[in-house]
Write a protein that binds this ligand. Structure first.
Ligand code: NZQ
Ligand code: ZN
Length: 415
């Protein structure tokens, strides 16, 4: 028996209890700023030149996009027709889960052409990729070191950029975070900061009409999980944020299956888009304690297996909530009652809330086990556990109660 470890675990359990029950419930102090102009709705692109001009008086811009959907949907053609006044250098080929090596080619192209603005046209991958490029544009050293958070390695300056969103999912159009992958290292790393808010984002719900069902389902689940990560901790005194989160969850449950069937329906598409933006524009986290552990484990599953981001969350979340059942029980009950209208004892409601969440993801056609995506699952739990230890992520979650051992168990149960 390792008495030192046992003592540490017991002490941490007691501290977790105190954290949850005494002081973190009060509305926390917060400061919030979101400088991104959201231009929401259809037929708004005519405002593009005017908005770029308000930011940059020069005329050379890099237009960055993904694998080509904007060509087949006709969006690229439309955008170019509004940019006749500008010199436009195109950079296509940013992958889903944007790759460091590809993005560095974009940085080089931007530098060679001395652009002074980047327009990102795409989903979270293109927008995140552009956030990274705007910082790397000015960085003298190896930009990967910034993603590794090596000592004193940070982006201190960034090019201005705007976005034209083509998939409602990540909220990247309205926040300053980004996630960048490096295939050869099987790594997926986060970055962000005030420099990386888009100057503007065009959010036109009609883009949903051309999305494959898989991507619509991904978008619904990602938005749902962004909300849960900022909600499923313990009840807080921030009554407005609690109800806003529940409003997003209920709206997604109501419209999710319908928008999959009718992606051209403007009422459904516009509500999905606004939910997704609102879920990660910085609003839900105001004054509350959050728990992003599902995302951190999920990023590892994408890095190792290439599973779509949202699907990794659908795999991990039910197992994480089960693992943290006692710590999250009170909030699971609130969630179960208010969002799913469940009745019963507290244990029954909390348990059913987890099951209803997983069933909702499955109803959208999303498989919720790692084995549904890969047969090679032998060492995955140990690998992820050791990565968490290496990075010093030893006490995660709203109560700092999720240890690397818990992470290992969560992954084993996700297989
Ligand atoms: O590349 P193209 O050809 O454009 O095709 C894309 C891509 O294959 C396609 N697509 C996008 N819009 C379309 C379309 N196809 C037809 N019609 C349209 N209108 O959809 C595919 C997926 O695109 P992607 O941008 O990868 O999806 P998503 O928006 O879900 O972004 C996922 C990335 O964002 C990161 C994820 O980790 C992942 O790398 N995230 C970013 C966050 C942030 N910055 O705040 C938070 C999230 O938690 C997430 O981690
Ligand atoms: Zn996400």
């Amino acid at each position: 028996m390792n008495w030192g470890f046992l003592f540490y675990t017991k002490l941490n359990n007691i501290l977790s209890f105190v954290r949850g029950f005494l002081y973190f419930r009060y509305m926390q102090n917060f400061e919030v700023i979101n400088p991104t102009r959201i231009v929401f709705g259809k037929d708004q692109l005519g405002r593009l030149p005017e908005l770029i001009h308000t930011i940059s008086d020069k005329k050379r811009i890099l237009l960055a996009y993904g694998g080509g959907s904007i060509k087949s949907t006709g969006l690229l053609h439309k955008i170019l027709s509004y940019l006749t006044d500008f010199e436009v250098i195109q950079f296509g080929g940013i992958e889903a889960n944007p790759q460091f090596t590809t993005l560095m080619k974009g940085v080089q192209l931007a530098q060679q052409n001395e652009v002074d603005f980047i327009l990102a046209v795409g989903g979270g991958s293109v927008i995140d990729g552009v956030k990274f490029m705007t910082g790397a544009y000015f960085y003298k050293g190896d930009s990967w070191d910034v993603l590794l958070r090596k000592d004193s390695c940070e982006f201190k300056k960034a090019l201005p950029f705007g976005t034209i969103l083509t998939i409602p999912a990540t909220g990247s159009e309205a926040n300053s975070g980004a996630v960048i992958s490096r295939e050869e290292l099987k790594e997926k790393r986060t970055m962000g900061g005030p420099l990386f808010f888009p100057k503007f984002s065009f959010c036109d719900p009609t883009v949903v009409a051309t999305l494959p069902k898989r991507q619509i389902a991904n978008g619904i689940v990602d938005a749902f999980m962004h909300t849960l990560e900022q909600y499923l901790t313990f009840p807080s005194d921030n009554m407005l944020q609690e109800r806003q989160a529940e409003g997003i969850l209920q709206t997604l449950i109501e419209i999710g299956p319908e928008v999959m069937e009718q992606p051209s329906n403007y009422k459904l598409a516009s509500n999905l888009m606004w939910c997704a933006t609102h879920a990660l524009n910085g609003n839900l986290r105001c004054g509350v304690i959050t728990d992003w552990t599902t995302h951190m484990i999920g990023h590892e599953l994408t890095a190792i297996y290439g599973i779509d981001h949202a699907r990794t969350l659908a795999i991990v979340a039910p197992r994480l909530y089960q693992n943290q059942f006692e710590n999250k029980k009170e909030k699971l009950v609130q969630y179960g009652k208010r969002v799913w209208n469940l009745n019963g004892t507290t244990n029954e409601i909390a348990q059913a809330a987890i099951e209803r969440t997983e069933a909702f993801f499955q109803s959208l056609g999303i498989q919720t086990k790692i084995a549904d995506y890969s047969a090679d699952t032998d060492h995955i739990a140990a690998i992820i556990k050791s990565r968490f230890i290496e990075r010093g992520w030893l006490a995660m979650g709203e109560r700092q109660a999720i240890t690397p051992q818990d992470v290992e168990e969560i992954v084993i149960n996700s297989i």
